[in-house]
Write a protein that binds this ligand. Structure first.
Ligand SMILES: [Zn+2]
Ligand SMILES: [Zn+2]
Length: 238
């Protein structure tokens, strides 16, 4: 329904807002009008009562943990996600940035995330900030790492610590169980990372937190290499 409305409005306005269809003033956001951008960045795509451990937007127990977290242990301290991937506008933007190389959308996402990323970093202390890498093949296919792109837009310095092996199947097409199994052993420490991470608290940044298996696998690799602890920051929570 929203898509149909969007198409009708785009006939009259050549460059409508992705969310409400009104004309966009491109000087600020490329695909969103100012009102929708402000709404999405504040409450519109907020994660409602997130789990204190994994940021899941769901019912949780008196300790603030979701059902999954009340049963399982992660090796990382916690995951903080900033915006909800359940929001259809956010989801469309993430998909077109990730799979259609739409850099203008990438810039819009960076601007939407900016206030919450800055607030998170200003209130926390980490020895090293790093991002979850793509495999060499995915990086070649896509041309860029979407997390690094957003971090560069926001001028947040970060260090590469991990390398990722290629895998024959794309993760997004797999079930939860298959995902956990395919990420096993996918990450290795970069040759000169060992000296850097010894006894350090590391913030690892990724785009979407789904099952936590990628964050878990990266953490296991970093801890085995001598890191003290890791925390995860993800832009979006599935
Ligand atoms: Zn709008
Ligand atoms: Zn949880």
């Amino acid at each position: 329904m929203k898509r149909l409305l969007h198409r009708i409005l785009s006939f009259f306005f050549p460059h409508p807002c992705l969310s409400c269809g009104m004309p966009v003033d491109e000087s600020f956001f490329y695909h969103l009008c100012r009102d929708c951008a402000a709404y999405l960045a504040s409450s519109g795509a907020a994660i409602q009562s997130p789990c204190v451990r994994c940021s899941a937007e769901t019912y949780h127990n008196s300790a603030g943990l979701c059902y999954d977290c009340s049963l399982k242990e992660y090796s990382f301290l916690k995951n903080t996600s900033l915006l909800s991937y359940q929001n259809p506008v956010i989801r469309d933007m993430v998909l077109s940035f990730k799979f259609e190389s739409d850099y203008l959308t990438g810039g819009d996402l960076a601007r939407l995330l900016e206030p919450s990323v800055r607030e998170f970093l200003n209130t926390r202390q980490f020895d090293i900030i790093s991002s979850v890498p793509l495999s060499r093949r995915s990086l070649k296919e896509r041309g860029y790492n979407q997390v690094d792109y957003i971090l560069r837009q926001l001028e947040i310095p970060h260090t590469g610590l991990l390398e990722r092996k290629d895998h024959p199947t794309h993760q997004s097409r797999l079930s939860q169980k298959e995902r956990r199994e395919t990420v096993k052993g996918q990450f290795t420490l970069m040759p000169d990372a060992r000296g850097l991470i010894e006894n350090k608290k590391i913030l690892l940044i990724d785009d979407i937190f789904t099952t936590g298996s990628t964050a878990e696998e990266c953490t296991t690799t970093l801890l085995a290499g001598g890191a003290r602890e890791t925390e995860i920051l993800t832009f979006f929570r599935a």
